[in-house]
Design a protein around this ligand. Structure first.
Ligand code: MD6
Ligand code: FE
Length: 238
C-alpha cells in the first residue's frame, strides 16, 4: 500500500480541523483547516478572475525604492504603501473591484470561528464577530522565494480584527508583539485552508512571513504552486 492510500489527505485535513482553534496570543487565533478543499478551489477560481480585473497583480514599491517580493491585488480599497485609495494610483489608476458580499459573510464566520471560548478568547472579543464588516481585502500571491518582512497593519482607522486565509503552499507565519519587530515571537505554520484572526490586544502586533515552504500545496486545493493569502480588514474610511 502506498503512503498516499494509508494517509489520505481528507484524513489529514479532518485531523487539522478537529484540532480546533488555537490561541497564539491574546486576540490572535489560528484555526487549522478551516476552509474545505472545495471552498479553497472556489476561491482560487475567484483569484484568477480578480487578477484579470481592472488592476493586475503587482509588487508594491516601498518608499525606499525597494520592491516587495509578494504581488497583490485588492478588493474594496486599493492598498499602497502606506495608505488606502479607491483607485490604484500606483498601478494603472483604475478603480479596484468591489468587496464581495460573500466575503463579508465569510469574514463574519471567520471571526466567530476563531473567537470562541474553546480557543480561550474572552466574551468581549467574541462579540466582535457580530456586525464585523470588512471593506478591504489584500490578496497576496507568493511564488518561489517570496517573503514578507515584519510589519504592523496600521493603515486602517479601525481596530477591528484582521482575518487571514491561506491557500496553496504552507508558510512560516511569524507572530510577534506590539512593541518591537524582534523577539518575542511565535512561529506558526499556516497551511492551505487555515484561518488566522488577529484583533483585540494583538491587533497591532508585528508579524511577517519569513518563508514559504515549496512543494507543500495539497493536490486538492486548486493551486499547484505558490501561496495565496487573503487578509480582510475594516478600513474605517468612507
Ligand atoms: C500573509 N499576511 O499571511 C501576510 N496581516 O501572507 C499578513 O501580513 C497579515 O496574515 C494581517 C493579518 C493577517 C495576516
Ligand atoms: Fe500584515
Amino acid at each position: 500500500m502506498s503512503d498516499d492510500a494509508l494517509f489520505p489527505l481528507e484524513l489529514v485535513q479532518r485531523e487539522a480541523r478537529d484540532a480546533g482553534p488555537r490561541l497564539i496570543a491574546p486576540g490572535a487565533v489560528h484555526v487549522p483547516g478551516w476552509l474545505t478543499p472545495k471552498q479553497q478551489r472556489w476561491i482560487v477560481a475567484r483569484f484568477g478572475e480578480w487578477t484579470h480585473g481592472p488592476v493586475p497583480l503587482r509588487a508594491a514599491t516601498l518608499p525606499g525604492g525597494h520592491q516587495m517580493s509578494v504581488r497583490t491585488v485588492c478588493l474594496g480599497w486599493h492598498w499602497q504603501p502606506y495608505k488606502y485609495t479607491r483607485e490604484a494610483t500606483d498601478v494603472n489608476g483604475r478603480p479596484v473591484l468591489d468587496f464581495p458580499d460573500w466575503m463579508v459573510r465569510l469574514g463574519q464566520k471567520a471571526v466567530a470561528a476563531a473567537y470562541t471560548s474553546e480557543a480561550g478568547v474572552e466574551d468581549s472579543l467574541a462579540a466582535l464577530a457580530v456586525g464585523y464588516t470588512p471593506d478591504a481585502a489584500l490578496v497576496n500571491f507568493y511564488n518561489d522565494g517570496a517573503a514578507m518582512g515584519m510589519h504592523q497593519d496600521k493603515d486602517e482607522r479601525s481596530n477591528a480584527p484582521v482575518v487571514s486565509l491561506s491557500i496553496g503552499e504552507a508558510c512560516v507565519f511569524r507572530f510577534g508583539n506590539t512593541k518591537t519587530r524582534t523577539k518575542p515571537y511565535t512561529d506558526v505554520e499556516l497551511r492551505s485552508g487555515d484561518l488566522f484572526v488577529f484583533g483585540g490586544p494583538s491587533r497591532f502586533a508585528y508579524h511577517g512571513i519569513p518563508k514559504v515552504l515549496p512543494g507543500t500545496a495539497p493536490e486538492d486545493c486548486g493551486l499547484p504552486h505558490g501561496r495565496i493569502n487573503i487578509t480582510m480588514r475594516v478600513t474605517g474610511l468612507s
